[in-house]
Ligand binder design. Structure first.
Ligand code: GAR
Length: 196
């Protein structure tokens, strides 16, 4: 069984879907849900599912990102994490940390990469007049929202969409895509999954 740690900053709906998926003949199990914010709603949801949780607040570290990451790494080592899933984790990681987890760290991003790395993806897709939007699960490399694509899920942009309505449609697709990719990844299979 591969041990999976999930990093969150907010509600953690993707984290919930990942945890729920890791049962039965799934080749992985959750070992830790870690948040940089003590008030992240996902922490209580993880605890309710019986998953150990931890908080590593970035603020006392100021500009010292390596110090923040050393605390995270200590939690990951303590729980024996082998795969790291970023799920709405809103801190940028240093090259050193990323190198340490090279080939073992996944992220979900709410756009069809390489379109719209960074923030405000839904507003940007609407402004561009795109006919479709979606999400990408990829391996994390040094370049933000880059790295080998492990899966993409497409959704239509509908007339009258706002960033919020589009975000909800994309999030529902992330909930399908991320567990499917993790399952395959934990088996050592990096073949991209394309949904629907
Ligand atoms: C997801 O849509 C995820 O793709 C996005 O935050 C949301 C988290 O939702 N991540 C980013 O924007 C990363 N830059 P959740 O907390 O309910 O899983």
């Amino acid at each position: 069984m591969k041990r999976v740690a999930i990093l969150i900053s907010g509600g953690g709906s993707n984290m919930v879907r990942l945890v729920e998926s890791m049962t039965g003949d799934h080749p992985a199990r959750p070992c830790l849900v870690l948040s940089n914010r003590a008030d992240a709603g996902g922490l209580a949801r993880a605890a309710a599912m019986g998953v150990p949780t931890a908080v590593v607040d970035h603020r006392p570290h100021g500009e010292n990102r390596a110090g923040f990451e050393a605390e995270i790494q200590a939690e990951l080592a303590r729980t024996g994490a082998e795969i790291l899933c970023l799920a709405g984790f809103m801190r940028i990681l240093t090259p050193g940390f990323i190198a340490r987890w090279s080939g073992r760290m996944l992220n979900t991003h709410p756009s069809l990469l390489p379109k719209y790395p960074g923030l405000h993806t839904h507003a940007r897709a609407l402004e561009a007049g795109d006919g479709e939007a979606g999400c990408t699960v990829h391996e994390v490399t040094e370049i933000l929202d880059d790295g080998p694509i492990l899966g993409q899920g497409r959704v239509p942009v509908e007339a009258g969409d706002t960033p919020e309505t589009l975000a909800a449609r994309v999030l529902a697709m992330e909930h399908r895509l991320y567990p499917a990719v993790l399952r395959r990844f934990a088996c050592g299979d990096r073949t991209p999954i394309l949904l629907p």
